[in-house]
Write a protein that binds this ligand. Structure first.
Ligand code: HEM
Length: 547
């Protein structure tokens, strides 16, 4: 733990997945490939691409795939500003090249996939130890500080073993349900803070920056679950180290963009690399402090009551006392969980309320559903959500339209992009044969806007997620059309916690308030910052409903 003490930290460089553009070099992209490229396969044909039919097994190769040349791609990213709008660049690329195209930056080649059948083909072929991407930039920080890798940075058998341990007490819905009381405690504090902020506004009912308030809520909630410690994010005055943690997350993410795109030799010349490392270091210091407190607590319990005196309560406590994770290993993993669990949930909540405030009929139906199950004055419990299909549908629709997770360059929606490297074998996808180690970028943002799967994809229609038997449902047509928490054994570790946390808070807000956009908010667009975030403050009004 002493070694750990010297460390620093991180948030999610989720971004560096898919369209991950690592160090560059400006070699021209295979002109041959471009010239020979058929305008890529329309989505519907992708699964039945030429050469994949039973009678025709000629599989095309990577070189036959089209895409923007390397210089053009860099121009789009760096000059035209698509670096922060990669999801939009992917929309343009799909229109030009079809649902599968190639992009290159320096030595890195990415095969971009933008149709549900193509995503399905790759995901279903992943092996026992799926790889998202190499996470080099994050690993560099851990190596420099002598820190162990966590679930994002570890690969192979070691990752598998780590996940076996971390999955406990968090992965299954019934396990997540154990945190209901803790989460409700944080929701209580949130409601108090909400009222304080509203009282400070001129109209007495406005919150000027909803995303910031949800950020503090999500941070408070995940810290309470992971470290069993309230850290004061929802107090009037937020503790200094919590403020430092929050700004270091921003520091790390912003500077990781430059650290990703600028060659290594420029690191001493510009401040980005140092700021990137400083950001991570503060994040890890924050995690270490919380861990130290927990270790001390366990030690005291051991001293006073012996092994039987230790009260196993929350997640970290369980991991440490079960003997499956050493404090050092926990120090590598917990900050990564912390990073994963804040922007994702807070942005999903922000977008959900934004959409609901723009859709009064849906909000009215949701209010009716919520108070039908949990009347005003009662606090929602885990079991209640089995009777709230519309609430779940609102969250699913939010995650479809504003995905919350982006790996490529730390850039997007509530996950607009993810990726996979298939390491074990060559694989066939959409009529092409790809060599081992091909990096596939899964363009979720584009796929979740495919009108053949989601009619009127730009409109917010939670009813599309209701069971076919429910009134107004029109059923979702492809299981890989929207996969906001990823897929398979490498899928999101915190999914059930995130769902429960969002359901508990959203239900409580809708139970008590009618939510409306504040007059100055207007239309809000998304920009990619690892997750898709609002391009400006989302101001909301909370109008108390009659009891
Ligand atoms: C709305 C909320 C969230 C969304 C949309 C989300 C989405 C995702 C996605 C798409 C992945 C990649 C999965 C894949 O590659 O197949 C992921 C991974 C991960 N998530 Fe989440 N997540 C959310 C909340 C959380 C929370 C609250 C936690 C912490 C408890 C968390 C912890 C993780 C971890 C540790 C991984 C890496 C798993 C691995 O590589 O083994 N996530 N998440």
């Amino acid at each position: 733990m002493d070694r750990i003490a010297s460390v620093s930290c991180a948030r999610l460089r989720w971004a560096l997945l898919g369209t991950r553009v690592a160090r560059f070099g400006l070699g021209p992209l295979g002109a041959r490939a471009k010239a020979s490229l058929p305008n890529a396969l329309p989505a519907a044909e992708a699964a039945e691409a030429p050469g994949t039919g039973p009678g025709d097994r000629r599989l095309r190769s990577l070189e036959e795939l089209s895409g923007p040349g390397q210089l053009r791609f860099l121009f789009q990213l760096l000059v035209q500003g698509y670096l922060l709008r990669l999801h939009q660049l992917q929309v343009l690329c799909k229109a030009k090249y079809g649902p599968m195209w190639i992009s290159r930056v320096g030595p890195q080649t990415h095969v971009n996939l933008a149709s549900a059948p193509l995503l399905e083909q790759v995901m279903r072929q992943e092996g026992k130890y799926p790889v998202r991407n190499d996470m080099d930039l994050w690993k560099e920080h851990r190596d420099l500080q002598g820190l162990p890798y966590g679930p994002f940075t570890t690969q192979g058998h070691h990752w598998y073993q780590l996940r076996q341990v971390l999955n406990q007490r968090i992965l299954k819905p019934a396990e997540a349900a154990l945190y209901t009381n803790a989460l409700n405690e944080v929701v209580d504090s949130f409601m108090v803070r909400l009222n304080e902020i509203m009282a400070e506004s001129d109209s007495g009912d406005q919150v000027p920056d909803m995303a910031q308030l949800f950020y503090y809520f999500a941070l408070e909630a995940i810290c309470y679950i992971l470290f069993e410690k309230r850290i004061g994010c929802l107090e009037r005055s937020i503790p200094q180290d919590t403020v430092a943690f929050v700004s270091s997350v921003g520091l790390m993410f912003q500077n990781s963009l430059y650290a990703t795109f600028l060659p290594k030799w420029t690191r001493p010349l510009f401040p980005f690399w140092k700021r990137y490392l400083d950001g991570w270091n503060t994040i890890f210091s924050f995690g270490k402090k919380l861990m130290d407190q927990k270790l001390k607590e366990i030690e005291t319990q051991l001293q006073t009551g012996g092994p039987n005196g230790v009260q196993i309560s929350g997640y970290l406590h369980f991991l440490l006392t079960s003997g499956q994770l050493s404090p050092r290993e926990a120090m590598g993993s917990l900050p990564e969980l912390l990073m994963a669990g804040v922007d994702t949930t807070s942005n999903t909540l922000t977008w959900a309320l934004y959409h609901l405030s723009k859709s009064p009929e849906i909000q009215a139906a949701l209010h009716e559903e919520v108070v039908g199950v949990v009347p005003v004055g009662q606090v929602p419990q885990h079991k209640d959500f089995a009777h709230m299909p519309l609430l779940k549908a609102v969250l699913k629709e939010t995650l479809r339209s504003r995905p919350a997770f982006s790996f490529p360059c730390s850039l997007y929606p509530v996950v607009p992009i993810n990726s996979r490297v298939i390491m074990e074998k060559e694989i066939e996808v959409g009529g092409f044969l790809f060599p081992k180690n091909t990096q596939f970028v899964l363009c979720h943002y584009v796929v979740s806007r495919d009108p053949s799967i989601f009619p009127e994809p730009e409109s917010f229609q939670p009813h599309r997620w209701l069971k076919k038997s429910e009134p107004d449902s029109f059923g979702v047509q492809h299981p890989f059309g929207s996969v906001p928490f990823g897929y398979g054994v490498r899928g999101c570790l915190g999914r059930r916690i995130a769902e429960l946390e969002m359901q508990l808070l959203l239900a409580r807000l809708i139970q008590q308030y009618k939510v409306a956009l504040s007059p100055e908010t207007g239309e809000v667009k998304s920009v990619a910052r690892i997750v898709l975030v609002p391009h400006k403050n989302v101001g909301l009004r909370f109008l108390q409903r009659p009891c």
